[in-house]
Every structure is written in structure tokens, then in C-alpha cells.
Design a protein around this ligand. Sequence first.
Ligand code: SF4
Length: 436
Amino acid sequence: MKAKTIKPTKVNVVTLGCSKNTFDSEVLMAQLKANNIAVEHEATGGDHNVVVINTCGFIENAKQESIDTILAYAEAKDRGLVEKVYVTGCLSQRYAPELKDGIPQVDAWFGTRDLPRLLKTLKADYKHELVGERLLTTPVHYAYFKISEGCDRKCSFCAIPLMRGNHISTPMDDLVKSAQHLAANGTKELILIAQDLTYYGLDIYKKRNLHELVAKLSDVEGIDWIRLHYAFPSGFPMEILDVMKERSNICNYLDMPLQHGSTNMLKRMRRGITQEKTEALVDTIRQKVPGIAIRTTLIAGFPGETQADHEDNLRWIERMRFDRLGAFTYSHEEDTHAFGMEDDVPAEVKQERATEIMELQGGISFELNRAKVGRTVRVLVDKAEAGQYYARTEHDSPEVDNDVLIPTSAGHLRIGDFAEVRITEAREHELVAVPV
Ligand code: SF4
């Protein structure tokens, strides 16, 4: 018998996983609001009667967190605290058939491209005219800006294409309209995200034209910072570097997950690039955009990774001196190409290698930070907490990179505004500064 849907009094949207999920939740919330349905984000108490959980299904830990969250709301439903629980996002896309029987309290499961159906279930209509409009869950001065969905790459460890589907670029005009809307509402920083940012345009414009899009976004009045995340190394569109150099409101910052430094591992990961070519690419980027900060992400413990591969990786990290680096332990994901390989690196060795990478990077980061002491830099002030302002330079993305800490006693700064500060102290992953 079909579950009876109800008219929500208030919807609580819960977001797990990455910034792309944050973006999708914000789109959902704007649609609900436009349908005069009250909505809140990650409310703990309150009067909501419906919960929508936007899940992550990327790797083991993230999947477990999503399942635990669903179970918590299933229990809340059993206790009569909420009337309806709906699940959407990557975990639902990938595992709904398996999870349905185990968690009957969930009223309906939706995929990653199911927004119209989800809205219908919530007694709301999908409003096309709202293209790009969102209810931000971040501070209004910065916003994640998804420029495409899905991915056509075949990286052997990655389950994302299974959950997000093939690559679809968002039309440039819609993106420019969305950026204008955000800027009109006070957003100063656009953080461009995708599964593969550098693939932009290949589907709908039959050419890579991230550079054209970024130039148009850079022309949007009120946008002071544009930040690029999730670039892919092989087939990297060099034209974007010229636009970065020409335009002062494009941050000298590039996030480019490289996953590993050993050619042997890059081959097994099906990354389509070698250690030598990666080094040449990074050198070219640094020559073309002097002072650029490069962030990367690496995987430790991929099937077949020998101690020699790991040491080759460590030597490579030492040579590359990335400004920002994150490391994850490999997660053996079914239905990926790597799932056919033996997951032969023990969990504790995976963890040891990831720790060793981050310890090495900690030293590099401290040296790079120490060289900045005495400099005056421009920062964007994100928040004030416990007697300090938390701010970021153009080399720092929210939540993943360094903070600039400024004592509130050193002078008044406005949240959401830019400020000039002088660096007085360096730490491994933080800088301390005073306003000038
Ligand atoms: S580029 Fe590779 S790692 Fe990134 S989402 Fe696509 S398949 Fe996954």
C-alpha cells in the first residue's frame, strides 16, 4: 500500500558529505521556500515534521555516517518526533534497494537526480524559473558554485560516477545568472566545484571552456574572489591559467586532486598521467601563475602499493612542496574497477602511510607559513569565536585549508568583509595576524 504523503509544516534538510551535496541541499531549500513550505537546515530541535537527509556514499566512513544519521531519524520517527523521513543523495542512489528493507521507517528514497520527484512528494512544484537560486547554508559572503554534475572519468578506485552519473555541464548563461543573483545578495566569493572542473563544456559546447566561463563569472559585479576546486591533471586546459593571471578577482589558488605520486600507482588508478608529467604540469602552472597556491589530495594504501611506491610518493611530496594537502586511506568500493584487485595493504599500514604523508606535509606547511611572517596580506573575515576572528587568504578555501587568526582585541573587523592584516606568527596549518 502506497505510503500516504502529508503536507509538510516544516522541512528539516540534513546535509552529509561534500560541498556538492551542500549545493544540492541549498537548491532544494530554495525550491521549498518558493513553494511557501517552511524549511530549515540541520535543525536539532524545533517544529519540523519532515526530514530530508541528503546522504554521502563515497567511502566507508562516509557511508557509515549516512547510515547512522538515517537510523537516528528513524528512531525519532518511532518516537513520534517527526512524521516523515525521506532520504536522497549518493548513498540512496547507490544502496536504496538494499537499505529499504532494513530501515522501513524511511518513507521514500530518492536518487541524485530526483529533485522534481522529491519536491512532488513534499507537495511542492519544481520551479524552473528558480534556476541557480539557492538558500545558502554557508555564511552569505561565500558560496559553493557547482558548474557541472557527474563524471566521465574511469579512475579505478572511484564510485562517484556510479552515484552521480555522466558529466553534464550547466549552461554558461544559467551559471552567470546564478552568480549575479548571489552577488546581488552579498556573496563575494564563488567556490567553483564539480566532480571534474576541467571537463567543463566538453559535452554541451564540444570544447573545454572553463576559461570562458571563469572570465564571464569574473565580470560579474560584486564577485571579489573566484576559487577553483577539483581540477583534473590529464588534459589540463592551460587557457585557464592565462585568465587567472589576467583577472585580479580569480584567486591564485588551484585544487587539483592528484591521488598519488608514483607512476606505478597512477597506472593502477587509471589516472592517465605519470609522475613526470604531473611534475611538469605543476611546474608550468607555477611558472604561468607565480605565487599560486596548489592544494592536492592523495590516497594511501591503494591495492598493490608497495613500501617502495610509498617512499617514492614521500620523495615526490618533498619535491613538490604543495601548499595544501589532504590524505585519505583507500576504501575498497564494490562495483569500482579496483574492487577486482586484492585489497592487500592492511588497514593499519594504510593508516600509517596516510599519517606519514600528513606529518611530512605538516613540516612543509610550517616552513611555507614561516616565510610569510611579517607580510601584509588581504583576508576575508569568516567569523569571530572565542576572542578571535577567523579569516582566510586567497590561498585558503573554507573548512579544508589554513585559518588566519586575528585577536579581536587587536581591532574591530566586520564578518564578511575583506581586511588588510600583518602576519605575526606561523603555525603548521594556521597563521596569526593583526589588522593594519
Ligand atoms: S575524476 Fe576520477 S576521482 Fe574524480 S569523480 Fe571522476 S572518477 Fe572519481
